[in-house]
Write a new protein. Sequence first.
Length: 170
Amino acid sequence: MDKLRSSLAAAAVPVGMTAAVAVSGAGPAASIHQGSSETQHRAIVQSAVLTAVRHREASRLRAYAWALSQSGHWYVWGGTGPGYDCSGLVMMAYRHAGIRLPRTTTGMLASRLLVRVWHPRMGDLAFYGSWHVELFRRWGYTFGAHDPGTRVGFVHYGWGWRPTAFYRVR
């Protein structure tokens, strides 16, 4: 009986869930009653939320990495590759990460795919008004297709030229 109790107590129980082991009667008829269903539900929801957050985080970083691989291509008005305009680069970067964004900056802003953030992370969208978008790198720097006649790359922004809003793709 003690051997059965110790083997049941050693059974794998997910972290954050409680398990009360109750052995009824003598012999092999043992049952495990896990903690409240509310606790189980909370653990399942937390796991699902963490999985979704990790997936979005990975998608954002994949989009940013792909955009970096396009560094040096020329700005092309309306371009979606191999030359890009600002929204064409962002759209294609997220498309390579498995997320379909609208083609234009106004389309992106009008979509329900973006959530405004106050503390952007690498790969979030940095909008300069409603007509220009780049990918956020860190405070003071964005990455994108900036102007006709320039190449895709990093842009240092300051007081005269800086993003007006930051968004995260859902």
